[in-house]
Design a binder for this molecule. Sequence first.
Ligand SMILES: Cc1cc2nc3c(=O)[nH]c(=O)nc-3n(C[C@H](O)[C@H](O)[C@H](O)COP(=O)(O)OP(=O)(O)OC[C@H]3O[C@@H](n4cnc5c(N)ncnc54)[C@H](O)[C@@H]3O)c2cc1C
Ligand code: SF4
Ligand code: SF4
Ligand code: SF4
Length: 383
Amino acid sequence: VEGHIGDFKVGIKSASGSETLEVGTIILAIGAEEYIPHKFYGYDDNEKVVTLADFERMSKKGELKDVKDVAFIQCVGARDQDKTYCSRICCNVAIKAAIHLADKVAAGGGGGEAEAPKAEEPEKTGGRKRRSRRRRDGAGAGSAPSSGGGRANITIFNRTINAYGVHHEINFNTAREKRIKFQKYDLDNLPKISAAGDKVKVEYFAETLGGWRDMTVDMVVLSTPLVNHPEAEGISKLLKIPRGAEGFFLEAHVKLRPVEFATEGVYLAGTCRAPADITEAVIQANAAASRASIPMAIGFVQGEALMSHVNQDICVGCGTCTTVCAFNAIQLNENNKAETITAACKGCGACASVCPQKAITMTHYSDDQLLSEVLACFEEVKE
Ligand SMILES: Cc1cc2nc3c(=O)[nH]c(=O)nc-3n(C[C@H](O)[C@H](O)[C@H](O)COP(=O)(O)OP(=O)(O)OC[C@H]3O[C@@H](n4cnc5c(N)ncnc54)[C@H](O)[C@@H]3O)c2cc1C
Ligand code: SF4
Ligand code: SF4
Ligand code: SF4
């Protein structure tokens, strides 16, 4: 990527070749990746221990036909087990997958063959009523299904469930009505997983009973957090945009400028910013598109009153100023002389303070002007 707001040149490589696009603004939406839990619960050794994404893929391919009893383990690798943060979506995704499995088993199939239901499709008004009636009629995973299915035995081991928002809360209630069990664990007593023939044994500390218990399941599903995209570091350097402590991109201001960077003309949306569900990612995408369209609709950018000016006669092209500018607003031209991009300069003065040649002056803040101010100040003190 080269250039600045209103005049970016973006090189794109794809399977069909490479091309350069000229664009006015850039929206970053490269997403995030699922954490792979190599060091947790025998994930690398036991094929019956899978991640949520593995489980969804297997379900879609119809590979879970014989699977009825499943233990989900939440927060694997999250909340101080490697990563520090709560990934926000994995409780909801696990609950969705558990409900899907319970319904499939109750309908007489295993956990496979059909598309997973869309978690973002909330039950419409009246859902509560319908669920009450179902429960009265004895439907759900824990009851005898009308079509001759069985009952799934599903337990979600968790440290607390994060099912925020109305839709996810409704799904959480639905899961409990379907007799999906929620068993708490803490970091001092993590569940233990071991192979038991073609099944998996789960040992867990039952807080209310004050002792260890065990169960045997067909499969263990590990709910792992979203982690920053592997290319995030490179893209951050390319666009000179910051990342937070966990590697996700950092917006200019969490409340006032949540979908843009300090660098003019670059915006962001979705899980490259932080874990989010689809609804949130789409809302952010709309906001980013809307923000990006403003300078494009106006057609010009108003420069700051205060900005840097390079005296090219004394610039030696060392490039120091280009490395300190946090806004990508100063670059070396074809003559190897520094040049301010007036549309992007924020007038912070960082470049002027590091130039070894004193080749950069800030508008209204030349050395002569500043010295005059200081001298005038001392004159006043003398009087
Ligand atoms: C297992 C799992 C299940 C989930 N289930 C649900 C659910 O049921 N409901 C829900 O609301 N949310 C769910 N989510 C979360 C959901 O996936 C995200 O909220 C959503 O995908 C975020 O959208 P996004 O556009 O930010 O990122 P993504 O959907 O990941 O899209 C990013 C895109 O950028 C592309 N890309 C990456 N790098 C580059 C590059 N260098 N150049 C060009 N393109 C690039 C990628 O190929 C991809 O197409 C789930 C997540 C996981 C991991
Ligand atoms: S499993 Fe739930 S509580 Fe744990 S990190 Fe994911 S969303 Fe947060
Ligand atoms: S730091 Fe000064 S001398 Fe070096 S490139 Fe920038 S303006 Fe030129
Ligand atoms: S004044 Fe600040 S924003 Fe402007 S070019 Fe110098 S370092 Fe960059």
